[in-house]
Design a protein around this ligand. Structure first.
Ligand SMILES: O=C1O[C@H](COP(=O)(O)O)[C@@H](O)[C@H](O)[C@H]1O
Length: 266
């Protein structure tokens, strides 16, 4: 690892020389959390995003993890999903199924994808219902601070505009505090119709990891992590601050190259 820094505010930055090193350490991190959660609660409830994250976690489906992880105890959710058919190239479900789920023995009924046959609004409502049922049965734990679900781990990517899940800069859904899952029909990044976990759900997780690589995202990483003055809009990625959980940023050197508050080795 090039560097691991604990910022004073409960955020941990892990910066790696390259994508390969980051991927190995990300697989380790997920496997360790899975083991400790299963020891403690008997299950592991993980919510994932789409995008580059899926290939960055691909080592988790390889040796030794394919044999050592207790896959039967995993429950899979999506932190955000595009409202398209599950067979569509834009589907986050399809991306994860092709890149990960098809390679590990996760129980089919533990994979909770959205209803892709209804409107975005209905799909968000249906998905929240599913999450509520699983909170009731404690497959997903519950936050002691609010009544939100407390996922064992939420894995997020970040776009070059600083969006996480399908929470985009300046979108009113950033202020949603009543719903656990909401929808948008005007995503600036196609496709336009999406559902997404809201910030209260993301910030109630026991662990959140934001995984970002590449120089094209370095400006957004800088704004999300440094104390930036001026009237730049609040970036969604900056608004990720687990109330009673751990936040870790996984970055490669290119993505971390514009962070001012930390000096990295060459
Ligand atoms: O549209 C989306 O974008 C973000 C970021 O994707 P990336 O390819 O730039 O990493 C992703 O995290 C989200 O799940 C997805 O719906």
């Amino acid at each position: 690892m090039a560097l691991s820094v604990n910022k004073n505010d409960d955020r941990e930055l892990r910066v790696y020389e390259n994508v390969d090193e980051l991927s190995s350490n990300l697989a380790d991190y997920i496997a360790e959390l899975s083991e400790s959660c299963i020891k403690e609660r008997g299950v592991f409830a993980i919510a994932l995003s789409g995008g580059s994250l899926v290939s960055l976690m691909s080592k988790l489906s390889e040796a030794p993890y394919n044999k050592t992880v207790d896959w039967a105890r995993w429950y899979i959710f999506w932190a955000d999903e595009r409202v398209v058919a599950k067979s569509h190239v834009d589907s986050n479900y399809k991306l994860l199924k092709d890149g990960f789920l098809s390679k590990v023995p996760i129980v089919h009924s533990h994979v909770h994808s959205i209803n892709d046959l209804v409107s975005a609004e209905q799909a968000a409502e249906d998905y929240e219902f599913v999450v509520r049922q699983l909170v009731r049965t404690r497959v997903i734990s519950v936050s002691e601070v609010n009544d939100c679900p407390r996922f064992d781990l939420i894995l997020l990517g970040m776009g070059p505009d600083g969006h996480i899940a399908s929470l985009f800069p300046n979108n009113p859904v950033l202020n949603e505090i009543d719903q656990w899952v909401t929808f948008i029909t005007d995503s600036p990044k196609p496709p336009p119709e999406r559902i997404t976990f809201t910030l209260p759900v993301i910030n109630s997780a026991a662990n959140v990891a934001i995984v970002v690589t590449g120089g094209g995202k370095a400006d957004a990483v800088h704004v999300a992590i440094d104390d930036v003055s001026g009237d730049c809009p609040e970036l969604p990625a900056r608004m990720v601050r687990p109330i009673n959980g751990e936040l870790v940023w996984f970055l490669d050197l290119s993505a971390a190259s514009k962070i001012e508050s930390v000096k990295f080795s060459e």
